[in-house]
Ligand binder design. Structure first.
Ligand SMILES: O=C(O)[C@@H](CO)OP(=O)(O)O
Ligand SMILES: [Mn+2]
Ligand SMILES: [Mn+2]
Length: 521
């Protein structure tokens, strides 16, 4: 059977020179840590993963900090993880680029920002800063907020309203009060800025497409509509139940009026550096604001429908695995549940929204907003079935699937549910390996960052508390050879940047010209 592109490199079936081709499984949130009471992966019964990770095809690779293009010591995340897996090289991530622009003074000198501040200052209009208030470093960092407050003050902006999104996911739940206090302190130090609204990330950073959550968050920020509170911390006393689900709350003045609603001539600056979860809100806000004339900016570039001017642009991520597969005419099928769909498509492809002729995308959708604690299996059987279907096709060289369970369930901070997620993942891996054996394929398993291997973390008092965030731990990397094609001992000392060159080597192809990673075979 020939591929749809009528390629020239003899890739008319499976992996061409690499045999029948392969299956890449990204186990989301699959980090490595010594066994212990907080390690959901070691607590779970995972006979298949245990066996695979003790073969010669197994090693550990770095997935955090400088190894992948993040600021030193920063936890990995799905965006940068999948981007580096695809790019075959570390990519300076948006958080690093922002940090560098702060350190060099480039952000303070940014022409768009200075011009906007000058206009606000001259007209007595307000700057609204919207972003996740924590130092979780996955979507945002309060240090960036501090710098923006300083710049606004230096440029003479007198009214700066902070629309605080509470976290409890990238950092421990129950920490929102401390972060609000920190934000108020930063504002006091800068001499400008007050919190005008508070809302949990469950509302403001929804990306499930539940526009009602987005709408109520935007109403609080733009119109000052929501539960009135005298002080930002009062918002945390509401019935939301966790930092993630703080109800949209608006700080009101003596007469009950919202202090920081958006008015004609104001400017909004989104302070998250990661796009995927803020873009639904940003798009909604842009369409909700008129007839008010409000300038909307973002700290980093977002993938919104609306054209929002970024202050810091992103790195070029082209020339990765998708481009190489296309060049060789090798067909790939990408499969993931909605939560991680963009990660195995858009991000893996270097933030390129094109669906190439030799690519097929399979999104496994869930009904409604599931409770991951109660349903840790998610839709894994449907992901496995889609993998089996794609792997059974002779025209498919590569199947790439994301198994989301241990990360998504891990984020609940519920160790017991995460243990169950690990058990289901183990069964899924066993099924995929059986599929691979039947179809003569190799399997490459890799984590994109740690999560489930650390489900508790000591608080400021030294007492361990549930923790659902990512980690800086290395992640397992395993090559399960195709039947009759042994690969021997894989190399130690790798990073996620080595995944794409390894995949290409298994497919009998050289690494891409711009890839600095090297095959671990
Ligand atoms: O859910 C998310 O947005 C982040 C955590 O904030 O996780 P991941 O990087 O795995 O998508
Ligand atoms: Mn992830
Ligand atoms: Mn995650």
């Amino acid at each position: 059977m020939s591929t749809a592109t009528g390629d020239t490199e003899g890739a008319g079936g499976g992996g061409g020179a690499g045999g029948a081709g392969g299956i890449v499984l990204v186990l989301d949130g699959w980090g490595h840590a010594p066994p212990g009471p907080g390690n959901a992966l070691s607590l779970a019964s995972t006979p298949t993963l245990d066996a695979l990770t003790s073969t010669a095809g197994a090693t550990l690779v770095q997935a955090s900090g400088e190894a992948v293009g993040l600021p030193a010591g920063t936890v990995g995340n799905s965006e940068i993880g999948h981007m580096v897996i695809g790019a075959g090289r570390p990519l300076p991530y948006d958080s690093l680029l922002v940090q560098q622009e702060i350190e060099t003074g480039a952000l303070a000198a940014n022409a768009v920002l200075r011009r906007t501040c000058a206009r606000l200052s001259a007209g007595g209009r307000a700057l609204h800063l919207i972003g996740l208030c924590s130092d979780g470093q996955i979507h945002a960092h309060v240090d960036h907020l501090r710098e923006l407050l300083r710049i606004a003050a230096a440029e003479g902006v007198r009214a700066v309203w902070i629309h605080a999104i509470t976290d409890g996911r990238d950092v421990a739940d129950g920490t929102a009060a401390a972060y609000l206090e920190r934000v108020e302190k930063l504002a006091a130090e800068a001499g400008v800025g007050r919190v005008a609204s508070v809302v949990g990330r469950g509302y403001a950073l929804d990306k499930s497409g539940d526009l009602e959550l987005t709408r109520v968050a935007a109403l609080a920020m733009a119109d000052g509509a929501g539960t009135g509170v005298a002080h930002p911390r009062d918002a945390l006393e509401g019935p939301g139940g966790s930092d993630v689900w703080v109800r949209p709350s608006v700080v009101t003045g003596a007469a009950g009026e919202p202090v920081g609603a958006m008015g004609d001539g104001d400017a909004v600056l989104f302070t998250n550096f990661r796009s995927d979860r803020i873009q639904q809100l940003a798009d909604h806000l842009v369409s909700h604001l008129p007839p008010r004339d409000v300038t909307v900016l973002s700290l980093a570039r977002y993938d919104t429908r609306a054209a929002i001017t970024p202050l810091v642009d992103r790195a070029d991520a082209s020339g990765g695995l998708a481009d190489e597969l296309e060049r060789h005419g090798l067909r790939s099928v990408r499969i993931a549940e909605s939560e991680k769909f963009e990660h195995v498509t858009y991000y893996l492809n270097g933030r390129d929204a094109r669906v190439r002729e030799v690519e097929e995308h399979v999104r496994i959708t869930a009904d409604g907003s599931p409770d991951h604690r109660a349903a840790p299996r998610m839709n894994l059987p449907r992901v496995v079935a889609a993998v089996a279907k794609a792997a059974g096709r002779a025209d498919v060289a590569l199947v790439v699937a994301n198994l989301a369970n241990i990360d998504v369930v891990g984020h609940t901070g519920d160790a017991e549910a995460t243990v169950a997620a690990a058990r289901y993942t183990d069964e899924a891996v066993e099924a995929v390996c059986a599929t691979a054996r039947r179809s003569g394929r190799w399997v490459l398993l890799v984590g994109d960052h740690g999560n489930a291997e650390q489900m508790s973390k000591p608080g400021a008092d030294g007492v361990a508390r549930p923790y659902g965030g990512h980690t800086v731990n290395p992640v397992p990397f395993v090559v399960v050879p195709a039947p009759g094609r042994p690969v021997g001992q894989v190399r130690a000392g790798g990073t996620l940047a080595d995944v794409a060159p390894t995949v290409l080597a298994l497919l009998g192809r050289p690494p891409g010209a711009v890839m600095t990673g090297r095959a671990l075979l």
